[in-house]
Design a protein around this ligand. Sequence first.
Ligand code: AMP
Ligand code: ZN
Length: 483
Amino acid sequence: MAIRLYNTLTRSKDEFVPIDRTNVRMYVCGPTVYDDAHIGNARPVIVFDLLFRLLRHVYGEGAVTYARNITDLDDKINKRAHERGITIRELTEGTAARFHAAIDALGNLRPTVEPRATEHIAEMKALCEKLVAAGHAYVAEDHVLFSVPSMPNYGGLSKRPLDDMIAGARVDVAPYKRSEMDFVLWKPSREAHEPGWESPCGIAQPGRPGWHIECSAMSWKHLGETFDIHGGGIDLVFPHHENEVAQSTCAFGHGVMANVWMHNGFLQVEGEKMSKSLGNFVTIQELLETDKFGGRSWAGDVLRLTMLKTHYRQPIDWTVRSLEESSIRLQRWLSVVSETFGAEAKTEDFWSTLPLWLKSLPGEKDVLTEALSDDLNTPITMSLIDGTVGDWRSARTSASKTVRAKFVAYYLYFLGLAGPRSFDVSNQASVEDLIAARLAARKAKNFAESDRIRDELADMGIQLKDGKDPATGEPVTTWEVMR
Ligand code: AMP
Ligand code: ZN
């Protein structure tokens, strides 16, 4: 089955043809680890995790190399470490560990490689040397600068008008630039808190790389001079990705860095991009662990579903209402699995053997792969699950009920939305804890609180039944999953 992907380079949905079917290679720009990631930063992680899953499904698990870097070298990092009085390494290691914990909770697979900028200085210096030798870069006042006029087709990815690009470059005008659009590949480190390495190109002053060169170096090291897919958020198209293309194509002379460029749309709050600088953000950890957003915490799978139910190129409005809707929908889907398979659904085996089970079905069309192969059409996959749940409900024989429920489980598993964790006893305990808290509130005649907990459970898709213990006469509450 052909995969079709929207390519920012061609502005069209094209059939995906890998350079080498036995090693499909994808690079995605990762986080700058100076602070905890907000939920907007999780969008590219989840989108490209899904693409990684699809590619592994189509080409084979061992046939896909997915590199997502960690930017542990950046001026924001130096500044933050300096302010907090800790070393750069302490800051970046701590932030990277928290990033991993957060995105693991969102059901993401780890990429094949996670290169760190600080471990690729040699490649960055080698790129500077190559570009100077080829006449595409020059040295000025201890900097190495990329010469934009040396590349006639600069701007081919973002296709911005020249005036726009000049205006964008004006953000950092500097007297040592020959042309105002030239950008930094290497810069001197003069302050004590700035990390520095021995410089390339005969510069005596120690220095450090610019941001764009980091990704050209890491993708080169792990995926080669040209590779299949390069991804990131839409804000990275210009200047970051444009400059990566300039560096890599001019250094290697292939005319192509990556064949397909993919960009996710923004996650927004009231129509504006969620970002650290606007202050309208909520971190992944805050959503998972605190009641900062909507007065309650949210399960990782609920956050993931909220992300995936919108097509990746569309903007997402991040609202409490949308999270609540996802929570109820997911509980409904999961209740089909738990009702049909009971304790079996708590085992890893049940989930991991689902793809094999599907293969064993004669003449069954793989509608999930079909939908995802159409430029990751996740909204369709969600209605597919809803439809299968409907079929399960109306199925008359237990055999056909089982098949429908297995399909539901398979879809959820493929999308990374469920697994044994969904039926983890600690999740059950949280329901029991809430029920106990509600009973306590009722005993204390705090009915506002007890109603609030009832609503919270209802949002989780759980319905309560209040009664009395026949033996003791004490109030007891039982619960079931709503349908
Ligand atoms: P940063 O750490 O700012 O470089 O961002 C890491 C990744 O998150 C990049 O791919 C960005 O494009 C992406 N990103 C940042 N903010 C948002 C947002 N509000 N919505 C979607 N993606 C975002
Ligand atoms: Zn990058």
